[in-house]
Design a protein around this ligand. Structure first.
Ligand SMILES: [Zn+2]
Length: 226
């Protein structure tokens, strides 16, 4: 086995596994065999175990005592519960942002919209999914409610995983332009419109999901590194 010339850190390994999950190279529910991953990345099993523990805290990996680690497989019911929770939280976020947001927050949101547009121009799906999640986290941060922000920090990565797993590969994570319409309603302090746009937006994302089981396929472990 050829060892890589540079040392991969735990977060690098976690990032590469995340990419493989988001790009459907590792399907939901697949067992993440420590030994195979250690060989693929040219690192120790201890390092792999630490990376898997990190991913478990983000909800991307499920660790079962004695059975090992698996790519999380959120069910259709999980997805529905997750969106129901976001429909409770995000109208409150939007109302708080309208009350508390300063010009700097709005400028940051608009800069983020430019980044999203750029990623769409390049058809960079993985980046689009990540930026879409970050948009909702930026709003949660601007809301000034630390408890809601903490809840959203738990829900957003799981939403990204659900979108990556169950959305049509060619469709966007968050429908185009909906984020900018929300930001414009916030900038105009039009609370009713901003809340209604946010609820419609969450409905659109949920309705685009296809929650049937993905087909079984062969895994190319050696391709995970590189
Ligand atoms: Zn969105």
């Amino acid at each position: 086995m050829d060892a890589p010339t540079h040392k991969l850190g735990i977060e690098d390994i976690a990032d590469r596994i995340t990419d493989a999950v988001m790009e459907h190279r590792l399907p939901p529910g697949i067992k993440l065999v420590e030994e195979k991953l250690a060989n693929a990345f040219g690192v120790s099993r201890t390092k792999i175990r630490q990376a898997l523990t990190l991913l478990a805290t983000e909800g991307l990996v499920t660790i079962h005592a004695n059975r090992g680690a698996f790519v999380a497989r959120p069910t259709a019911a999980d997805a529905r519960d997750l969106f129901a929770t976001r429909r409770l939280l995000e109208p409150e976020i939007v109302r708080n942002v309208i009350t508390h947001a300063c010009p700097a927050h709005l400028a940051r949101l608009r800069a983020h919209l430019d980044e999203e547009a750029e990623a769409r121009r390049h058809g960079d799906r993985r980046r689009i999914i990540r930026l879409s999640g970050q948009f909702h986290m930026l709003l949660a941060h601007a809301s000034g409610n630390h408890f809601i922000e903490k809840l959203m920090a738990e829900l957003c990565p799981l939403t990204c995983l659900i979108i990556a797993l169950y959305d049509e590969p060619q469709t966007p994570a968050c429908p185009e332009d909906e984020h900018s319409q929300i930001v414009e309603a916030i900038a105009l302090r039009d609370e009713a419109r901003a809340v209604s746009l946010m609820l419609q937006h969450l409905d659109h994302i949920e309705r685009a999901l296809h929650l049937e089981a993905p087909a079984a396929r062969e895994i190319h472990w050696e391709a995970l590194y590189g």
